[in-house]
Design a protein around this ligand. Structure first.
Ligand SMILES: O=C(CO)[C@H](O)[C@H](O)COP(=O)(O)O
Ligand SMILES: [Co+2]
Length: 220
């Protein structure tokens, strides 16, 4: 069974990012939250910054785009060489065309769903995606509490992934701790984003391993 732990740089010290990135050598991917102050009420990184993070990180980048017009911008972020690019279904005009562009550029294509967004319209589109991100908090800020109400959506996705035999990673993001990671793993997640419970700890390497150990017995 595979458990992926992707620390979110949103909870790191923004004036020491190169040092912060070096604190998580045992992470699977570095989760980078791109926010445009329109899709969410917060502003973080642009392409130039993402490109520099890519240069200094030995861990590949997992971009989470919380931006308007991903049809236009997601491919441009993929051009930075990111390992995966995940955009929000609520913001996109054509989720399949955008996913195909990402794959053409060489990035894994991800689709994110806010807590209130239904999964049903996307269940037949899984073949076009490499991962689905079920947001377990409202996007915009780190340090919020995990929403259990999102777990049925994850269960439905896990069931469909199993039925189809597709290799689609199921990611959760928001409020992941050593306790909530168990519930998310039981519901079908295998890829876990953690901001405050990694970068907020004195020993992020140990925090990553603790999360991994907590999830491992429960992933499907
Ligand atoms: O996408 C995000 C917020 O929109 C972040 O990735 C997420 O909130 C991580 O932070 P924490 O683990 O502290 O909840
Ligand atoms: Co995120």
């Amino acid at each position: 069974m595979t458990v992926r732990i992707n620390p979110s740089i949103l909870s790191a010290d923004f004036v020491n990012l190169e040092d912060e990135v070096a604190r998580i050598p045992n992470a699977d991917l570095l989760h980078v939250d791109v926010m445009d102050n329109h899709f969410v009420p917060n502003l973080t990184f642009g392409q130039q910054m993402v490109g520099r993070l890519q240069d200094v990180s030995r861990v590949p980048l997992d971009l989470h785009l919380m931006i308007d017009d991903p049809d236009r911008w997601a491919p441009e972020f993929a051009e930075t060489g990111a390992f995966s690019v995940t955009f929000h279904a609520e913001a996109a005009l054509d989720v399949v065309a955008t996913a195909r562009r990402l794959r053409e550029i060489g990035a894994r294509a991800g689709l994110a769903l806010k807590p209130g967004t239904a999964v049903e319209p996307y269940l037949d589109l899984l073949a076009d995606f490499d991962q689905i991100l079920v947001m377990t908090v409202e996007p915009g800020f780190g340090g919020q509490s995990f929403l259990d109400s999102t777990m049925p959506k994850l269960e439905r996705l896990a069931e469909r992934v199993k039925q189809t035999g597709l290799d689609v990673w199921l990611q959760v993001d928001g409020g992941i701790t050593e306790e909530t990671i168990v519930r998310a793993a039981e519901a079908g997640a295998n890829t876990f984003v953690a901001g405050s419970s990694v970068f907020g700890r004195e020993d992020p390497i140990a925090a990553i391993e603790a999360l991994r150990d907590a999830a491992l017995p429960h992933v499907h």
